[in-house]
Design a protein around this ligand. Structure first.
Ligand code: SF4
Ligand code: MSK
Length: 651
């Protein structure tokens, strides 16, 4: 299991975060290789990096030469079949969207299917926890929430509403005609644009399948037409699979509201049974939270010599249970191996997405039980235990897993070293709580968001989301960028690992406003008692940012569409295909979206120009890339200022 890397990462160069640096050092002492070391020894392929390697048929891979000094004259580069750089690059890009949209939407589908079981009453472990949310979303699915009996209008039975909503929701993945129901939640001008461009998603699965068809050898060979489908699939993600997933999770598990929690590896406790949940779907982790908090299992842990059970999370499963229960995230994507290297992780339970296969190799060096739980995500290594989650006996599965972790507490062997770093954060925001904490509406009061944007206290809104990437210094881009934005009075809405990073670095507290914000944003945060960076949840919860932007538009005073807002989006350390799908649905919703690190587009300058410039003429939003976080922030701020000037609210 141990593999000494040929070259080792310099911990100080790998991360800006002290507990991460400490654990990288610890891993190296123990000769345990981590992602940080592999990033030093393995370099990416230069052609793939530029987006112009095609392996869509067995005549390839066709690796187009790089346009070293730009394209002089006609671009004659082509694959065996004649595919141009634009076609190859656009096909690769569209396939990233398909994979990302599939991941989010399959998550959403599993939530919808579980909700259907709950509505039918065929599972006892899932219930309607937030009836108000159910009643709020029902009309979008065309489900009535009242009935008329003998001329009297009465509330419809809740279970009946749930069943009707569940059936309609599940149908969104495969309905034979029409377009997605949730598209009508977008501002009308945006819907009109989508109709005009012919990009209204028909059903979630179809749009993803069609990308795979169109990018098959010898099908769509027009990069604009490929991106039309890429756009349609991305919208099926953001305004479809992800949004339905978020909403139905809120209905079953509760809509988050602000709460206090801790963050970072230091949340693990030496004298407790430490359980880490990692991945994205909260269906099982919700049950694990309940099991770990049950008196019976806490007593069982005490019988086994521990003082209690400490639950923590990694990646977006962490965000899901943080937002609703205050369970602390133990780390971001790049800290997953490090949580095991503490020697104190008694069980790591993984579901889907963003899970390193190397976890199994690291777990082999410790007593840690690594448990896969999802039928579509198993690991080949023989030390991995598979306990398949099933919504019909979800609680039973959760109890079994927590017991297994407790029984494993006695097996700790290696010296336990838990970094002492942890922070306090306020998480749990959503559209509802932004509205509630900022004056109870979006407009019309001294405290409301729109009024504060109009009067200039808040310069604009930034969505900063997404992953870590081992090719960039862990957390540096997130934190430098966010600090620069809030210093310039831009309020930040954050999700995913970016949100966890912000929590770890102390930016999710109201107190941080006085330290880091410009005077306008600081005044607003201090007056209403919110952090300048609002944690809106997991990656599927980027749908909350879409809906927050829509509420701001609908409240008035800042234009008629999302593209009119003084707002911009960012994923400074992105790495996953999901990020590309998210980026595209933000662009197609009118948002100027800047990615950090690098985009795989340089090999096809014409296609790149289409995404970075032309797309703005179609949707009002466009792509950009800037690895330097300060310049990145200022590109966003310049866009915000341009929009303020267009609205006539610049000062
Ligand atoms: Fe090469 Fe065309 Fe096959 Fe791609 S589809 S691998 S460019 S021959
Ligand atoms: S978990 S997709 S590394 S944000 Fe959603 Fe983090 Fe990116 Fe995975």
């Amino acid at each position: 299991a141990k593999a000494k890397a040929a070259k080792l990462a310099d911990p100080m160069e790998a991360s800006i975060e002290p507990s991460t640096q400490e654990m990288i050092r610890r891993a190296q002492q123990l000769n345990i290789e981590t992602v940080f070391d592999r990033a030093v020894t393995m370099k990416p392929c230069a052609i793939g990096l530029q987006g112009i390697c095609c392996k869509n048929c067995a005549m390839g891979p066709c690796r187009l030469p790089l346009p070293k000094d730009g394209i002089q004259g006609e671009d004659t580069r082509k694959g065996l079949c004649g595919a141009t750089a634009n076609t190859i690059c656009a096909r690769n890009f569209a396939r990233m969207i398909a994979a990302g949209a599939a991941a989010h939407s399959d998550h959403g589908r599993n939530v919808a299917l579980t909700f259907l079981e709950a509505a039918k009453g065929t599972t006892k472990d899932y219930k309607i926890k937030d009836p108000a949310k159910l009643i709020q979303i029902a009309p979008y699915f065309g489900v009535a929430t009242t009935v008329e009996e003998d001329g009297v209008v009465k509330d419809r039975d809740l279970q009946e509403i749930a069943l009707a909503v569940a059936k309609k929701a599940v149908n969104e993945w495969g309905k034979p005609s029409g377009t997605l129901d949730y598209l009508k939640r977008a501002p009308q001008p945006l819907q009109d644009k989508w109709i005009e461009e012919g990009v209204m998603p028909r059903n979630v699965d179809r749009e993803i399948v069609e990308i795979m068809h169109r990018t098959h050898m010898g099908v769509d060979q027009d990069y604009k037409n490929l991106m039309k489908q890429g756009t349609r699939a991305s919208l099926a993600d953001g305004w479809g699979g992800s949004m339905i997933g978020t909403d139905l999770q809120d209905v079953m598990f509760g809509t988050p509201s602000p709460l206090q929690a801790e963050a970072n590896l230091g949340v693990m406790k030496e004298d407790h049974v430490n359980i880490i949940v990692h991945g994205h779907e909260p269906l099982l982790s919700e049950m694990i939270v309940a099991a770990a908090q049950s008196q019976e299992l806490i007593s069982y842990a005490k019988e086994k010599g521990a003082k209690g059970i400490q639950l923590g999370g990694i990646c977006c499963t962490a965000n899901e249970i943080l937002q609703r229960h205050g369970v602390p995230p133990a780390g971001t994507f790049l800290q997953q191996e490090l949580a095991i290297i503490t020697g104190a992780c008694d069980a790591m339970i993984v579901d889907v997405q963003c899970i390193f296969q190397n976890l199994a190799n690291v777990a082999k060096c410790f007593h840690t039980k690594l448990i896969t739980t999802h039928p579509i995500a198993k690991m080949e290594q023989d030390n991995v235990i598979h306990i398949e989650f099933d919504e019909h006996h979800a609680m039973e599965d959760a109890v079994r897993i927590v017991k297994m972790a407790i029984d494993n507490y006695a097996n700790r062997g290696a010296e336990v070293i838990i970094p002492r770093h942890k922070t306090t954060q306020i998480a749990g925001f959503g559209v509802e709580s932004i509205k509630y904490h900022l004056g109870g509406a979006f407009r019309g009061d001294y405290y409301t968001l729109n009024d504060n944007i109009i009067n200039g206290r808040i310069r604009g809104i930034a969505g900063v989301v997404g992953c870590n990437n081992a090719r960039t210094k862990h957390n540096e881009e997130h934190i430098t960028l966010i600090k620069e934005l809030i210093k310039n009075d831009v309020i930040v809405l954050t999700t995913g690992c970016s949100a966890i990073a912000a929590g770890i670095h102390g930016l999710l507290t109201p107190e941080s406003a006085a330290v880091h914000c410009g005077p306008g944003l600081a005044e607003v945060c201090e007056t209403v008692g919110i952090p300048p960076v609002l944690h809106l949840g997991s990656c599927v919860d980027n749908s909350r940012i879409l809906l927050a932007a829509t509420e701001v538009v609908k409240a008035g005073g800042l234009g008629n569409d999302i593209c009119d807002l003084p707002a911009a989006g960012s994923a400074p350390e992105w790495m996953s295909e999901k990020a590309i799908s998210i980026g595209q649905y933000f662009v197609a919703s009118g948002v100027y979206t800047v990615f950090g690190y690098h985009m795989p587009l340089d090999g096809a300058p014409e296609f790149k120009n289409y995404l970075y410039k032309e797309m703005e003429k179609i949707f009002g939003g466009k792509w950009d890339c800037e690895p330097d976080p300060i310049k990145h922030a200022h590109k966003m701020i310049a866009h915000i200022d341009k929009k303020r000037a267009e609205l006539g609210i610049d000062k």
